[in-house]
Ligand binder design. Structure first.
Ligand SMILES: C[S@@+](CC[C@H](N)C(=O)[O-])C[C@H]1O[C@@H](n2cnc3c(N)ncnc32)[C@H](O)[C@@H]1O
Length: 287
């Protein structure tokens, strides 16, 4: 995929009021790009958390299906993965991608809101990436889904923390100011931009044992890093939310298909090294 030249549509297509990134074609591309960046961290968290061949897994907020497919690869054909997401368009795309990748009956996707989902089935693992922060009461979500685990089952969650005060060195103000907008807009709409650091508290509030927590961070040094299109796409899908909350891009940046190149040029000209969002993995085993 050429991240730089394909024209994209940034407008959100539906009414997912509390999922601020919406459900546009661009958001779907952004999720897939983001998944490529995050795959090594998520893979590590899932395996350290105890995911093993033959397990049954529930993936909360499965989006374009990347975590479900990653989990399905780990649990193998004797295992089973169910991804749930309330967005039917995204879920349809996830199903098609999974078929295209050769996954069969061992991986399914269901359209459901986490608040309404229920099943008589019990799972060996409940997992999720970038989903707890969007819930009104993340601890309640954890508590509800812990009930769907078999005794000794595991919960593994991967969440971010955008709040990195000085992400570039040498400082690249255009990147820093653009990146800070992610924190500003999340704070303005009441979605915690630092949810990764709240994982221990959320697990405890859910009545779960303190999780093991690990933190990592993607870094860009030099040209062609996927962090450039990632920030550009993120800002583009957030454009309506930025406008609504009175925030705007730094002067000099144009919010169009060239945004990844504009950000990359500014960073590379300074010879800056860029720290992306911190990635937290948290996992625990229920009694
Ligand atoms: C940032 S995306 C992450 C997708 C996927 N986990 C990944 O990491 O690639 C968050 C997803 O969670 C879904 N979501 C958020 N809140 C939800 C809820 N209450 N019920 C079902 N899906 C939800 C959204 O529709 C979106 O697809």
């Amino acid at each position: 995929m050429n991240e730089k030249t394909t024209p994209v549509t940034g407008a959100a297509s539906d009414a997912h009021a509390d999922y601020v990134l919406g459900s546009s074609d661009l958001e779907h591309r952004r999720l897939m790009l983001q998944a490529r960046i995050l795959r090594p961290s998520t893979d590590r968290f899932l395996r350290l958390g105890g995911l093993r061949p033959g397990m049954s897994v529930l993936d909360l907020g499965s989006g374009m299906g990347d975590v479900s497919m990653l989990a399905a690869g780990i649990v193998g054909p004797r295992g089973r993965v169910v991804g749930i997401d309330r967005d039917p368009v995204t879920t349809g795309k996830a199903r098609r991608r999974a078929r295209g990748e050769g996954f069969d009956g061992s991986l399914e996707f269901e359209v459901a809101d986490l608040d309404d989902f229920d099943t008589g089935e019990r799972f060996d693992a409940v997992v999720g990436r970038y989903v707890l922060l969007y819930q009104k009461d993340p601890a309640a979500t954890l508590r509800r889904f812990a009930r769907l685990l078999r005794p000794g089952g595991i919960m593994v969650f991967h969440e971010f923390d955008f709040v990195v005060p000085n992400p570039t060195f040498p400082p690249c103000p255009l990147w820093d100011d653009s990146y800070r907008l992610l924190t500003d807009v999340y704070e303005a709409i009441g979605t915690p931009p630092d949810f990764g650091r709240r994982l221990n508290r959320a697990f405890l509030d859910a009545g779960l044992p303190s999780p093991t927590v690990e933190c990592q961070g993607p870094v860009a040094a030099g040209e062609k890093s996927p962090l450039f299109p990632w920030l550009a796409y993120s800002l583009r899908v957030l454009e309506p939310a930025l406008a609504k909350t009175g925030l705007s891009l730094p002067a000099g940046l144009v919010c169009d298909d060239t945004l990844p190149d504009q950000l990359e040029k500014a960073v590379v000209e300074q010879g800056s090294q860029v720290l992306g969002a911190l990635q937290y993995g948290a996992w625990t085993r229920v009694p």
